[in-house]
Design a protein around this ligand. Structure first.
Ligand code: NAP
Length: 307
């Protein structure tokens, strides 16, 4: 059993999470510390806003697309980001990330996460070795089993690799409501350091069982699909951002959606994906300032649902 307990949820209507500062200054990181949460297995602090790479970084050899993505990646680090999530399932994303990281500066705090997504022990080993080469890392901070694929087999390899220092944390993933029962069983049976799942203001299924279970088991939670692949922005098109969301330093719908997620006590980090610098600035802005408390979260939910 893990011993380090998750930190207590912030108190107050909108809790100040990153020290006393003037608000809003969401377009500039400066010396403001990004809000961090502890990884329960180790106590290591992780910035709450990470970055996904599905579709967005699958630029292949397209020089124009790569030129557009380089400043997106640079902005992520300049704004205090650390965790980047990829997968061999995402086409050329690992390779594009690896290539762009070579010329990215300010990246010391990179927390490299990818996944194993194949069947069989040897195929898994070869795929993970290939991912290391593609992303240009000597070890992964986090290796996750993608969508529970052949998870019992890969888990044994991952335990060995962790023992050998080739990876630091072990995780398992799912998305949009698939495999929840099997995931629950896996989390109960094994000591995963991380679980990755879909959670957002319009899809709260995991609040029922998986988030409480992760908190109870001391499993860090990475949240994917925070914008439902962009659908959430279409859902609020023409709807004004409420004035009161400024009480939690939300300057945009993006920050409203991300702060709703990261203010859940069980959530460790959210990984929105983008191809645009101004969206990256917007997303990283959600990692600063006050977070909503339970009362504010209920208000956000009611407003989003049109109550
Ligand atoms: N099973 C799994 O393990 C699994 C499954 C799904 C996802 N994931 C991970 O989770 C990551 C995130 O999920 P996702 O990529 O499916 O979807 P998402 O992050 O919910 O949505 C991405 C979309 O939102 C748009 N966007 C991003 N920031 C925005 C902003 N501030 N304002 C307006 N639009 C914005 C992007 O368009 P622009 O490019 O125009 O910004 C993009 O179309 C993935 O990239 C992947 O790393 C893992």
């Amino acid at each position: 059993m893990k011993t380090i307990k998750r930190r207590t949820f912030l108190k107050g209507s909108c809790a100040v999470a990153a020290g006393a500062v003037t608000w809003p200054r969401w377009l500039w990181a400066g010396d403001r510390p990004l809000i961090k949460k502890a990884i329960p297995a180790s106590g290591e602090q992780l910035p709450v806003i990470g970055m996904g790479s599905s579709r967005t970084f699958d630029a292949r050899d397209d020089a124009g697309a790569r030129a557009q993505l380089a400043p997106v990646l640079q902005t992520f680090f300049d704004q205090g980001g650390a965790l980047i999530d990829s997968s061999p399932m995402y086409g050329s994303a690992e390779q594009v990330l690896g290539d762009l990281l070579k010329t990215t500066t300010n990246k010391d705090r990179l927390f490299a996460a990818t996944k194993v997504w194949t069947d069989g022990k040897q195929a898994g080993i070869e795929q993970m070795q290939q991912s290391m080469q593609r992303m240009g890392v000597k070890r992964f901070d986090l290796m996750q089993i993608h969508n529970l694929r052949d998870w019992q087999v890969h888990l044994e390899t991952l335990k060995d690799w962790k023992e050998q220092g080739r990876i630091r944390y072990i995780g398992i993933t799912t998305s949009h409501g698939r495999f929840h029962e099997e995931l629950e069983t896996a989390l109960e049976l094994e000591d995963f350091d991380f679980v990755q799942l879909s959670y957002n203001i319009a899809d709260r299924e995991v609040e029922k069982r998986l988030l409480p279970l992760a908190a109870e088991r001391g499993t860090a939670v990475l949240v994917n699909r925070p914008y439902q692949k962009g659908e959430l922005f279409r859902a609020v098109k023409g709807k004004a951002l409420p004035d009161w969301s400024a009480e939690c330093d939300c300057a945009s719908w993006g920050q409203f959606f991300l702060k709703f997620i990261i203010s859940h006590p069980a959530v460790t980090c959210v990984i929105p994906a983008t191809t645009r610098v101004h969206h990256m600035l917007d997303n990283m802005g959600a990692g600063f300032g006050r977070l909503p408390d339970a009362r504010m979260r209920a208000r956000m939910l009611a407003y989003f649902n049109g109550a």
